[in-house]
Design a protein around this ligand. Structure first.
Ligand SMILES: [Zn+2]
Length: 296
């Protein structure tokens, strides 16, 4: 039995994995296809990504279930398979995990909005995330990771849904944009308000992922650290996406530049670190080395 992640992070920096989506695209996931369906259609390739991250030094990998809430799956006609896909994603990561490593159940945004901007009620959002959480819990994840949330209302609905469905610890990361006045979600939520509300509603770790590069993440972590007593999670993008002439997506922040800011992210207060879009096992391997140095 692994020590709980929340105990581990009291003693050392805990390393998550990097991107899944961009890694699956690199392995041939077609534009517009459901990455979540690949858990069942191409389990060999999903497993290969998990194994590469564990080999690179990840303590925790996130399941291939980012878009597997029933509301998001409806865009691919897969809404009736939410429980099956989430449970399968969790089992696949669990099977790939060596002893002493961890699996976080990834829960991304629905891509829809709540009333009045959209058609959904808070209860419908919560119920969808609850169903996803049950599937991930049944497949054996250690924690739930509600991530890349750009609307605090949706993040809170997800948090309530997850907590109603399982007894697992729930971590939440929001995605912020950097402005001269600070960091804001797409919907205008501040870091301070997001961190406080998530903590009040039972999140056991909070943080930021996606959008920001590793340099911008330093200030964001500092702001989160000031707003909460919970462990802080930071998973920066490798800069901005760049579409090449061949239509392939690359990212603007190279490995050395990305990793240069990791010690500052840790000193700013992040206990859980990892990568987001554009990062791959090479980034995680380099981060593992840097974190090791910070420890000693
Ligand atoms: Zn990302």
């Amino acid at each position: 039995m692994n020590a709980p992640l929340l105990e581990l992070v009291k003693n050392r920096v805990v390393l998550f994995d990097g991107a899944m989506g961009t890694e699956l695209m690199a392995r041939g996931l077609p534009q517009g296809a459901s990455p979540d369906a690949w858990t069942i259609e191409r389990p060999d390739l999903v497993r290969e990504v998990h194994e590469a991250y564990f080999a690179a030094g990840s303590d925790v990998v996130s399941t291939n279930s980012f878009g597997a809430s029933p509301i998001k799956l409806a865009g691919h006609g897969l809404e009736g398979r939410a429980h099956e896909l989430n449970r399968a994603a969790a089992r696949l990561a669990r099977d790939a995990a060596p002893a002493g490593r961890y699996v976080a159940g990834s829960m991304g945004p629905t891509g829809k909005f709540m009333k009045p901007q959209g058609d959904y009620t808070e209860e419908e959002f919560s119920a969808a995330f609850a169903e996803q959480a049950r599937g991930l819990a049944d497949g054996g994840v250690d924690v739930l990771l509600i991530e890349t949330q750009y609307d605090l209302r949706e993040a809170l609905a997800a948090l309530r849904g997850a907590r109603s469905a399982t007894a697992l610890p729930v971590f939440v990361t929001m995605t912020f944009n950097a402005f001269p006045r600070g960091y804001f979600t797409l919907m205008g939520d501040t870091v301070a308000r997001a961190a406080a509300e998530l903590e009040r509603n039972g999140a056991q770790a909070v943080g930021a992922n996606c959008t920001l590069n590793s340099e911008q993440m330093v200030g964001c972590v500092r702001a989160i650290r000031q707003a909460t007593t919970l462990p802080v999670i930071a998973q920066a993008n490798a800069g901005q996406p760049i579409i090449g002439e061949d239509g392939r997506v690359g990212y603007s922040q190279g490995l050395d530049d990305y990793v240069r800011f990791v010690p500052e992210i840790v000193r700013a207060g992040a206990g859980f670190v990892g990568g987001c879009c554009g990062t791959n096992p090479s980034y995680i391997r380099a981060m593992a080395r840097v974190i090791q140095k910070e420890r000693s």
